[in-house]
Write a protein that binds this ligand. Structure first.
Ligand code: NDP
Ligand code: 2IT
Length: 447
């Protein structure tokens, strides 16, 4: 970073966020990538747009006590960051994972501001979560936790204020419990959550949206840059949750062979292509580990440890698990193995160094904030349907998602090309997301 204004913003942010590594990495990547844009836009400094952008409007931290099935009391910590509402109500998921802390929630909230702007919908950015670990908990323990979480969160959200949704550890079941508790507390059916059940205001295709959107974006990138497609490609997907599962489904529909998938314990390799229906029952219905796939499909192989997956030979890698899965060393192995495309279903799965390495080596790179924005896009469609008291068909919703994901890639390609490198999608995505938010922050005044 050479621009003095950007340097000053980063240094101030660093001193205010000591030790918040994930958040600072996200801010640094963003400031570095918009440098050429900032050089041409002195109004950013005049109106202190970047100082305001990196400071959340509000961060709520709260106690979440709950009682397990044996009568023991536990206390977890809950968070909601309401990062930026310049272009719409705060919007973003809720993550339940033992690793959740302020730094992770802030990085996710910061990314969400840009991502939501990229969708083209009027949505601000937020994120929430807790260090609660859903693994091994009974159905009623999960329900009691979600209800306790909502006894605080309900007062901060609403359909015109802040609209949460799912993320790691929060799927349709958890959203149901949270929305149920919210409704009871506010006595209003105002759709203040997305990812709801289809019986109570949920949108068709929301479950599929992030994974499908990732594939639509990536297919367009493959076509534009390499005049190729998913057909007959060998694909690796990390993770085996909501995003990974529906990325598998759509990639296979387009003729790809997904040869490996993982969870935090290990990975399976199936040279015949991982079977969606088998994996869906294991993960969504039975909530088992991916190891179980090997029992169901004896010709496949299971390996302990999730890192070995990057050493497999393939054409395309879709990281769909969590942040910082791919460091520079892993990126070097991936490039050496001939992967031509890395497209992110997860939020910031590649470290800054790894992402830069992909761009520098002309690997097609889909940054998460663009490649995975299909999820929040269909969340936005759910909000539209709720306010219209409407229900769109699966086909209509899916077609709109596909059309929009392709347009988003086109816009990123255009911006990156104008700035001199069509492979630098990091710059393209950041500028696409940022410009609208920045203009809104200037026009709305310094507040
Ligand atoms: P799920 O909880 O459904 O699945 C998460 C998957 O990632 C699981 O396979 C899990 O394995 C693995 N995983 C999680 N944490 C770790 C870790 N620390 N190390 C290794 N593996 C890990 O979550 P989603 O599929 O919803 O989310 C996956 C990613 O996609 C996240 O980065 C999320 O922020 C992002 N995302 C999600 C969207 C959505 O609509 N759901 C939208 C946009 C982005 P295990 O079971 O072993 O923990
Ligand atoms: O990271 C994300 O975009 C999500 N977890 C989805 C957010 C949403 O509001 O649908």
């Amino acid at each position: 970073m050479k621009n003095e204004y950007l340097l000053k913003v980063y240094q101030e942010c660093e001193s205010r966020n000591y030790g918040k590594v994930e958040f600072l990495d996200a801010v640094k990547e963003f400031l570095e990538s918009i440098e050429l844009y900032a050089d041409k836009h002195p109004e950013l400094k005049k109106y202190a747009v970047l100082e305001r952008l990196v400071e959340p409007e509000r961060l709520i931290e709260f106690r979440v006590p709950w009682v397990d099935d044996n009568g023991n009391v536990h206390v977890n910590r809950g968070y909601r960051v309401q990062f930026n509402s310049a272009i719409g109500p705060y919007k973003g998921g809720i993550r339940l994972h033992p690793s959740v802390n302020q730094s992770i929630i802030k990085f996710l909230g910061f990314e969400q501001v840009l991502k939501n702007s990229i969708t083209g919908l009027p949505l601000g950015g937020g994120k929430g979560g807790s260090d609660f670990d859903p693994k091994g908990k009974s159905e009623f323990e999960i329900m009691r936790f979600c209800q306790s979480f909502m006894t605080e969160l309900y007062r901060h959200i609403g359909s015109m204020v802040d609209v949460p949704a799912g993320d790691i550890g929060t799927g349709a079941r958890e959203v149901g419990y949270m929305y149920g508790a919210y409704k009871k507390l506010v006595n209003s059916f105002d759709g203040a959550f997305t990812g709801k059940g289809l019986e109570f205001g949920g949108s068709l295709a929301r479950t599929e949206a992030t994974g499908f959107g990732l594939i639509y974006f990536t297919e367009k990138m493959l076509k534009t840059q390499l005049n190729t497609s998913f057909k007959d490609k060998r694909v690796i997907i990390t993770g085996s949750g909501n995003v990974a599962l529906y990325a598998l489904k759509k990639a296979a529909e387009l003729g790809a062979k997904v040869i490996a998938m993982s969870d935090s314990n290990g990975y399976v390799v199936d040279e015949n292509g991982i079977n969606f229906d088998t994996l869906k029952v294991i993960k969504e219905v039975k909530r088992e580990r991916i190891k179980e796939y090997q029992t169901q499909v004896p010709t496949s192989k299971y390996f302990e440890g999730s890192k070995g997956i990057y050493s497999l030979k393939a054409d395309i890698l879709l990281p769909c698990a969590t942040q910082n899965e791919i460091d520079l060393d892993a990126a070097k192995i991936i490039v050496k193995n001939g992967i031509c495309c890395v497209s992110e279903g997860a939020n910031r799965p590649s470290s800054n160094e790894a992402a830069k390495y992909f761009v520098d080596n002309k690997v097609l790179y889909g940054p998460g904030k663009a490649a995975n924005c299909g999820g929040v896009m269909v969340s936005g469609f759910e909000m539209i349907q709720n306010s219209e008291r409407e229900k769109w068909t699966f086909e209509y919703t899916d077609n709109r998602l596909k059309e929009r994901m392709e347009e988003i890639y086109d816009s990123i390609y255009k911006i990156s090309s104008e700035y001199g490198n069509s492979y630098n999608t990091i710059l393209g995505a950041d500028i696409l997301g940022f410009e609208k938010v920045a203009n809104a922050m200037i026009k709305e005044g310094i507040i």
